[in-house]
Design a protein around this ligand. Structure first.
Ligand SMILES: [Zn+2]
Length: 677
């Protein structure tokens, strides 16, 4: 539920990206701003992103194995060096059970001799089981087993807090089952989308050939897979529609789900995976279930078997022998534009950190994060909360009755900083050095699925973390009303004990403000202090908010990224509101921290200028066109250039700091400037 990955329905992160790329460029972190990144030939009031980063943009090449490169990646790369040594130590064996299992996972992933020798044999029991399916009930049983080992065919399901009673955990059943990142990939008719779809179809066919099918059979099966996925895609909600939590909340009893989709027979699937009873099921999109149900009788069993076979192969391909891994990369290349594969250790490290994040978290934290850093980050959060509290108290457009609830919500914020107080219990996970890697990987997914399901029917554990400590990101979770700042992001240049306050407020401060503001963005504002979906707004205040939000949406809609592809202002609305709110709050917290004694300029820049330069430099990014296209289509975060220029052009504080005049591109007219927080 609260992961940064796409399956998270609601949790709002600072950014989305697939982590794990090669090596950091350049040397260690600079303290404060890097002057060499600035391009003074570009006017700050014309294009501030270019001004702050032009030097860096000119001299930086995206490394061949990366689809994009920037600050987040640099920090992740530094973290990977630490994680690598943690994992290499763990692979030699550890007396700590969790560390030891992570070591086995990483070690078997790195054992390419065993992996090449095994070929696709570790998958054969699963493929044989799919092959033996001869009835609808047998198909269901197989689907349940695949879901448990992390191959989400047909639909997505798992446990989560009830939107309307977040203290209890229920089961959710939602659209899913696609091989491409979003339903729009199946429905768009422009030439690039069509080409990508053809590449995907080719990929499906090639995997079947690698698995031993004749070319002719493989082509036929690829068509069957595409036909099934296209039907599922067309029955799915768009990512913009999915931003509305009320639309995703269709509570039903299990009997109601079964009568909506009798052929799916969800109660049998739940019994197969030993799920505890759920008081209700949250159905994300009933129409999707209806379509899936009719497909279960209309689509021939052999087509479904091809679909399950493909997803089994596709999930395992990156981790099988070279021909499979190369084919998986060929598809990845089409999606991201990366020129070469990541080195093996990076791929294995990313998989370990992603799937056993808390097992390696303790050792990672011990080597990268101090109690002093935690205390300083918490102090910064408190300063930011104080500013937000004051702003909420004095906002002119909000009525007192809505204001009362808004303040109560802010007071109830829970801050998760650095790492969890209680680490995940891995005592029931048993991996084996003798097992093929994909068997160990399936065992971890099975462990996680069962851990996830075991929560159903129990009170929500509010101490649990949705992000691992080594993740360079941050998160607001509306169902818990909490903000998470993992140890990995509390590092330079976001947060640097050796840098001046202006730089830290422009980096980490604005990021903290961003996450806090998510509690009040177009989506977050629909949840109350306890994380329940409940409307606490007066109709007039709702209207006033929507009018202001519309200005932000129109602004971002107007940004053209690639050829005719523009930012989808509706999709990025929550993030854009959070960027603007975060910057406003952080700026004021910085001014307040001077307590009347404004520090002198450093390197010729005033503290206010350094604040804005810090924000812009934190976001410096280069992305390949393929990756940028994917981001615009699927990611609720706008590309970096607009995350810098968009909010700053709305801030009189920015114009003042750099002496920008009305009419300058970085100064939007007052009538178009949203005043939200
Ligand atoms: Zn965000």
């Amino acid at each position: 539920m609260t992961s940064i990955l796409r399956r998270a329905a609601l949790a709002a992160a600072l950014l989305l990206f697939a982590r794990g790329q090669v090596r950091a460029q350049g040397t260690g972190p600079n303290h404060g701003l890097d002057r060499a990144n600035i391009d003074t030939t570009c006017a700050a009031c014309a294009d501030f992103y270019e001004y702050a980063n032009g030097g860096w943009l000119k001299r930086t090449q995206i490394p061949a194995a990366y689809s994009s490169f920037g600050t987040f990646r640099e920090v992740a790369d530094r973290g990977d060096v630490v994680l690598r040594s943690v994992l290499e130590d763990a692979a030699k064996g550890s007396s700590d059970h969790a560390t030891n299992e992570a070591g086995i996972y990483y070690g078997t992933c790195m054992d390419t001799v065993a992996i090449e020798r095994a070929g696709m044999s570790p998958l054969e029991p699963r493929l044989a089981s799919i092959d033996a399916i001869s009835s609808l009930p047998a198909l269901r049983t197989e689907v349940a087993q695949l879901q448990l080992v992390g191959v989400p065919v047909m639909f997505n399901s798992g446990s989560e807090p009830d939107f309307k009673n977040s203290a209890r955990v229920i089961i959710a059943l939602d659209q899913g089952g696609l091989g491409l990142p979003d339903r729009d990939y199946y429905t768009r008719t422009d030439s690039i989308s069509t080409k990508l779809r053809n590449t995907y179809r080719d990929h499906v066919s090639r995997l079947f050939v690698l698995a031993g099918e004749s070319r002719e059979q493989a082509e036929h099966d690829a068509d069957r897979v595409l036909a099934i996925e296209t039907q599922l895609a067309k029955a799915s909600l768009t990512s913009v529609e999915r931003r509305d939590p009320k639309r995703l909340y269709n509570p039903m009893s299990l009997a109601e789900v079964d009568s909506l989709a009798p052929h799916l027979d969800f109660s049998t699937i739940l019994r197969d995976v030993h799920a505890p009873a759920s008081s209700i099921i949250r159905v994300g999109h009933p129409e999707f279930l209806r379509t899936l149900d009719s497909m279960l009788t209309a689509v021939p069993l052999d087509d479904w078997k091809a679909y399950l076979r493909f997803h089994t192969l596709n999930d395992a391909a990156p981790w099988l022998s070279k021909p499979f891994a190369d084919e998986a990369f060929r598809m990845q290349q089409a999606m991201t534009g990366a020129k070469e594969q990541l080195p093996r250790w990076k791929r294995c490290l990313t998989s370990t950190a992603g799937n056993l994040g808390e097992a390696v978290g303790k050792a990672y934290v011990a080597r990268t994060f101090t109690p002093e850093a935690k205390a300083r980050a918490l102090a910064m959060v408190r300063n930011m909360e104080a500013v937000l509290r004051e702003r909420l108290s004095t906002l002119s457009w909000m009525s007192d009755s809505t204001r009362k609830f808004a303040l109560a919500k802010l007071d109830a914020f829970v801050n998760k900083i650095g790492y969890p107080d209680k680490w995940r219990d891995y005592s029931k996970l048993e991996l084996s050095k003798q097992s093929p890697f994909i068997v160990n990987r399936a065992a971890v997914f099975d462990f996680e699925s069962k851990r996830d399901l075991a929560k159903v029917g129990k009170p929500t554990d509010r101490t649990e973390w949705g992000m691992t400590p080594a993740t360079v990101n941050a998160q607001y979770n509306p169902l818990a009303n909490d903000v998470t700042f993992p140890a990995a992001i509390l590092q330079p240049p976001f947060f640097d004990p050796n840098a001046d306050d202006a730089v830290n407020y422009g980096g980490m401060g604005a990021a903290i403000g961003h996450e806090m503001t998510h509690g009040f963005d177009d989506q977050g504002r629909q949840f109350d202090a306890q994380g329940n979906l409940r409307d606490w707004w007066t109709p007039a205040d709702s209207k006033a908010f929507d009018q202001r939000a519309r200005l932000v949406q129109n602004q971002f809609d107007s940004y053209v990224v690639l050829d005719s592809l523009h930012v989808n202002g509706k999709l990025t609305l929550g993030e854009d509101i959070a960027d603007l709110g975060g910057l406003k709050i952080a700026y004021e917290a910085l001014e307040r921290s001077f307590s009347g004694k404004r520090p002198p300029p450093i390197d010729g820049f005033t503290p206010e200028q350094r604040f804005f330069l810090s924000w812009a430099q934190v976001w410096r990014t280069k992305a390949r066109p393929e990756a940028e296209r994917q981001q615009v289509l699927t990611d609720p975060h706008a590309p970096a250039r607009w995350r810098v220029n968009g909010p700053l052009a709305n801030m009189p504080e920015f114009a003042k700091a750099f002496g920008c005049k009305s009419g300058d591109p970085m100064v939007r007219p007052d009538s178009l400037r949203p005043q939200i927080w």
